[in-house]
Design a protein around this ligand. Sequence first.
Ligand SMILES: Nc1ncnc2c1ncn2[C@@H]1O[C@H](COP(=O)(O)OP(=O)(O)O)[C@@H](O)[C@H]1O
Ligand SMILES: [Mg+2]
Length: 390
Amino acid sequence: MTSERDLSVDRLIDDPRTRIIVCCGSGGVGKTTTAAAIGLRAAERGRRTVVLTIDPARRLAQSMGLTELDNTPRPVKGAAGPDGPGELHAMMLDMKRTFDEVVIAHADPERAKAILENPFYQSLSAGFAGTQEYMAMEKLGQLRATGTWDLIVVDTPPSRSALDFLDAPSRLGSFLDGRIIRVLMAPAKVGGRGAMKFLNVGVGMVTGTLGKIFGSQLLTDLQTFVAAMDSMFGGFRERADRTYQLLKAEGTAFLVVAAPERDALREAAYFVDRLAADEMPLAGLVLNRVHGTGAPQLTAERAHAAAQSLEENGADHESEQAEADVLAAGLLRLHAERMEVMVRERRTRDRFVSVYPDVPIVEVPALAGDVHDLDGLRQIGRRLSGTDDD
Ligand SMILES: Nc1ncnc2c1ncn2[C@@H]1O[C@H](COP(=O)(O)OP(=O)(O)O)[C@@H](O)[C@H]1O
Ligand SMILES: [Mg+2]
């Protein structure tokens, strides 16, 4: 069953103008799975594709040959035939390593060494809120710049707040632009010796206070770090801004992934609004893990009623027949619950559609087990393209 407003993933990935697909959504909804499935499908339909995954589940990573975090794309064995034009490469984002690469590429060796060894750098690169998002952008920019790929499919970090990666450039900037940092930077920026001496008194006072709070070694480290980063961070901002522009450009498509539940769709609505506000090109909504049934004609009410009469039959006597009735009643109750879930999911979906009538949607059913191998990804890919209707 397809209609005008259905999202056509095949049309998207078959269009040579589509160069970047970004899968976003809140945590646990199936972003990584969707990104990998789309990448595989695109490769098998002839495109030279790379998937940038972030924290893939272990078994899925293994099935794609992603056993080590080496931060570069590797060919995925068993994906796309050797004779076809399509290829699938995959990588897992190593945030720290991406950060290191940026430092090494943009600072002279001595300064790079000072930065890399600085404890502030080490905690910033590993854990500063937003660095993962920022580094995903950085990596996307790098992959795009190589010109090697027909299509780059990007997974996004499981951000607590939606679309953090859109804010990453400005947040990284505001961290580095921050007031404490400006104060600490002051001595390094002043030219004359007299002024230097004068300023150092003030800074000495400030750092004296901060030193009591943070410890003076820590503070020295912070100063060293900021001084070293200062020479680069114009470059950081610039590249982040460029990648941000790339996301807005024609050739990029965003997919919002969500579960068919009220909270998840509320979050999805937020994503849709945010993308619109940033003028990011939204291709549609992937409604993942939608429930279905083999017996759609048996309603919840009828199943409950039938279960009840079977239970009443079985209640007052013991026999094999009564046991079978109780069992059948149990199955009918399960079916009824499933039907209730489906009705609820449908209603939630309809509510979303009434608010966002122009957002194309594709539904992917909940598969029986986890998606942890290429066949599982192929199955998801078929569902995404509406070619698998069982
Ligand atoms: N349609 C689906 N049917 C069954 N399991 C799914 C489906 N989509 C995702 N999963 C499973 O759900 C879990 C979370 O998916 P994942 O793609 O890692 O989510 P995210 O990247 O959004 O956190 C994984 O174990 C994955 O195998
Ligand atoms: Mg994920």
